[in-house]
Design a protein around this ligand. Sequence first.
Ligand code: FMN
Length: 234
Amino acid sequence: MKNKGADINQDQENELIAIIRDRRSVRSFLDKDVPHETVFRVLEAARMAPSGVNTQPWHVAVIGKKHRRIISEAIIQARESQIPENPDYHYYPEEWFEPYKSRRKACGLALYSAVNIQIHETEKRKVQWYKNYYFFNAPLALIFYLDSRLCKGSWVDMGMFIQNVMLGARCFGLETCPQAALAEYPDIIREHLQIANTMHIVCGMAMGYADWSDPVNQYRTTREKVDTFTVWHD
Ligand SMILES: Cc1cc2nc3c(=O)[nH]c(=O)nc-3n(C[C@H](O)[C@H](O)[C@H](O)COP(=O)(O)O)c2cc1C
């Protein structure tokens, strides 16, 4: 059998590296629809993600404007009524610790300073955060979910699938923002999208054509140097 991997030439490699390096979370989109066919092609490529014993545990709901509006309203109503969040899993530790605590703080600061919000401006920060529940006005949103009986390994697989979606989208000029915020009230998502109670909601994702003129899209998060997280055992 032909080894396809060997066919990747230098240009393609550079293109792929550029797609990986330039991906960023985009939080403001143009009012321009994404063709169904384009999303289909992204998902068709993304499904080639690896998964343990080829379980392919991923499920995706692709949601357009009508359903999004209903979901947005339901989540906001839940928040405003102070209904406690009940995510299907803990994304973050209850008590933050270093070095993650500082990275989290830097992440928030970078976002809020891009949109000129000071740390003490609680109301403005809330308005910015609530944009999550409107899917950042993206023309399209995705919800990722999997069978709750599956184990941590399947969540690893799901992560690979989601990254494939984000990188694949970029090949069609689309940008994305993965959104754990959309998993805060999984019952609302399940109810409105008729997803079985046996499914766990992993996260959502806004997808569309970026509005690069919006300051929220004009900053980049930083990364640690390779040697910070790598141990070489030569
Ligand atoms: C699974 C997942 C969930 C995320 N949830 C949110 C979210 O709810 N809201 C948000 O604004 N960004 C969210 N992000 C985006 C991260 O803040 C972002 O990936 C990180 O700051 C690095 O920045 P970059 O994606 O621009 O490289 C999420 C990222 C991941 C991977």
